[in-house]
Design a protein around this ligand. Structure first.
Ligand SMILES: Nc1nc2c(ncn2[C@@H]2O[C@H](COP(=O)(O)O)[C@@H](O)[C@H]2O)c(=O)[nH]1
Ligand SMILES: [Mg+2]
Length: 566
């Protein structure tokens, strides 16, 4: 049966500020009291259950300043790692992103919601076959840092030089030859960027990447069953539009508002961390792309144990922990100086937007609290924020976010903000890494052995070129050569298998997040370049002194590894 394409349904073009949506969240508020939240949020417990298998939420609520008899040690999975030195004494304002930074979504429920919502729209609005409704989502399959090749229907993992090291067509792994044929040309180095490629650089994108792979497989095996005229890029576009709509039309947010604990990990350490920052004399701010009504739902849930009483739903008390809140910020555009987006004041109870005809103080030097007239805004740009915060220099701002492009790259590169990237996957990665010391040693030995055999082979082949060898000598060298080739093949296989097993401990398909083979992955490279600090959870920030001087570890070049026996 053929399904015909029609232009993207008008339904896929809702305005982000659609009034019904704002109204919906205003009326949904009563269902968001702590009493209405689900059991999985573990609210009120002294520790939070690790639901996702990926994220261990911080969670006794203890912060650095909590009095304790013994000095606390920080487990490696909760450490803050430093790429570029940062003295907190120079920081006068600490800002936070909300989604996937303060609010850690549970992928098994939240991303599943996005996945099934997207399929619903593909079938209903874009005439994909109903069979898609029976598909299932493996939320652990895709990882951050992957790149989708929209034209070829491939999913790629690259190293820091943008060499494709792992590649799948749908769910079928490409052979080495196929990889080289598609991506091996060193003359035409692809940038692997939009519009032909899509970067899976936020946890929000895991579902759409998985669905794309499923659709590629489906189309290959059932060419007549996707809407006529559909090819891989168009399929990606359809998925993207449908995901986008799920974020805008309430498919996701309505469900989260009904039961935040089902979709978001509660984290009792958020409020103590924010309080500690404020007590240290710094301003705090929130800049999120979410609109006010949803921001209020999520923040009320996250700060709820400290601010809610039985009679109130969304009481906005969480606002006390922030000096400025900017919603609907449209990052990364927000960070562009030439962004002319208007700034609106948000009236918290009604959600009404008013023109922000504000009297904002001029920049002051250091450690002075801003005294803005209002607290909650929508839109605007970084210039507005600087004036609201009264910072003298952008390097006095530390911003914590989860999205390299949306939160970190531009804010650091162009504005000079200091940045911290939240990478929930890191907790598991460092744990496995610390357990794999002996395997890594073994891998290094195998690699050295392979190198040494290869050198002997080359030497032998060189010797065989000389004419003055007797037949006897030649025969001996040739038989040694055969032996060495066998040995090399043996060690190569051992090494390859050990390497494969080592990577599979991290992820069955894509391996270690921060590495591809021996090289840093493209994702790791971006973390290194753009994030001053990085850590598994935002609340790890509360485990350190607010005046800490973060210093990077020593850099090493390849020659130093051998000389220093690292
Ligand atoms: N319209 C779309 N919105 C999206 C998409 N992916 C995520 N989102 C929304 O962005 C904000 C992220 O907020 P922040 O706090 O991290 O700045 C949140 O409301 C998401 O729902 C998308 O593809 N389209
Ligand atoms: Mg975010």
């Amino acid at each position: 049966m053929l399904f015909y394409r029609r232009p993207l349904a008008a339904a896929l073009r809702l305005s982000p500020l659609s009034p019904p949506l704002l109204l919906f969240f205003a009326s949904a508020s009563s269902s968001c009291s702590p009493a209405a939240s689900s059991t999985s949020g573990a609210r009120g417990c002294s520790a939070v259950r690790m639901d996702s298998g990926m994220v261990e939420t911080a969670s006794t609520g203890a912060v650095w300043s909590t009095p304790s008899a013994e000095p606390r040690s920080i487990s490696i999975g909760k450490e803050i790692f430093c790429n570029r030195s940062l003295n907190m004494r120079n920081i006068t304002a600490v800002g936070f992103d909300m989604d996937y930074t303060l609010a850690q979504y549970k992928p098994e429920t939240f991303e599943a919601l996005a996945y099934y919502g997207t399929i619903g729209k593909l079938v209903k609005d874009l005439h994909y076959p109903e069979e898609l409704l029976t598909w299932e989502f493996d939320w652990k399959y895709m990882v951050r840092g992957l790149v989708l090749d929209k034209k070829r229907g491939n999913i790629l993992k690259m190293d820091r030089h943008k060499y494709v090291k792992v590649a799948y067509h749908g769910f079928k792994e490409l052979s080495k030859e196929e990889k080289v044929a598609a991506y091996g040309s060193t003359l035409i180095r692809d940038s692997f960027d939009e519009p032909d490629y899509a970067l899976i650089d936020t946890l929000f994108s895991l579902g759409e990447a998985y669905l794309f792979a499923q659709l590629v497989d489906f189309m290959d095996n059932n060419p007549g069953r996707v809407p006529a005229g559909t090819d891989y890029p168009l399929m990606y576009k359809d998925v993207r539009s449908a995901v986008d709509l799920c974020h805008r039309d309430g498919t996701l947010k309505r469900m989260v508002a009904k039961d935040p604990g089902r979709y978001i990990n509660a984290d009792l350490a958020i409020v103590p961390m924010l309080e500690m920052i404020k007590k240290s004399g710094r301003s705090t701010f929130l800049v999120t792309n979410s609109l006010w009504d949803y921001t209020d739902v999520v923040m009320n849930y996250l700060c709820g144990p400290y601010t809610s009483d039985a009679s109130s739903g969304l009481n906005h008390k969480w606002l006390q922990y922030f000096d400025i809140v900017i919603t609907g910020s449209s990052k990364p555009g927000f960070f562009h100086d030439d962004n002319r987006a208007g700034l609106f004041e948000v009236e918290p109870d009604s959600g009404k937007l008013l023109n922000a005809d504000i009297q904002i103080g001029s920049p002051r030097s250091s450690h002075q609290h801003p005294t803005p007239v209002h607290k909650v805004y929508q839109g605007g740009n970084v210039g507005h924020l600087h004036r609201l915060l009264c910072v003298a220099s952008s390097s006095q701002i530390l911003y914590v976010g989860d999205h390299i492009y949306g939160d970190i790259l531009r804010s650091k590169k162009v504005l000079g903000w200091r940045t911290m990237l939240v990478i929930p996957e890191l907790e598991q990665e460092v744990k496995l890494l610390s357990e794999s010391k002996s395997t890594r040693k073994e891998l290094r030995h195998l690699r050295m052995e392979r190198d040494s055999i290869e050198d002997r082979i080359h030497h032998l082949e060189w010797s065989l070129r000389f004419d003055d060898l007797t037949e006897n000598q030649k025969e001996k060298l040739l038989s040694e050569h055969v032996d060495l080739l066998q040995q090399r093949e043996h060690v190569r296989r051992l090494h390859q298998e050990a390497q494969r097993q080592h990577h599979q401990k991290f992820h069955k398909v894509w391996g270690q997040l921060m590495k591809t083979g021996y090289q840093n992955s493209r994702f790791a490279h971006q973390v290194e370049r753009f994030a001053c600090l990085y850590s598994s959870q935002v609340t790890n920030f509360g485990l350190y002194s607010p005046n800490k001087y973060y210093r990077p570890s020593e850099d090493y070049m390849p020659h130093e590894f051998d000389v220093l026996e690292l």
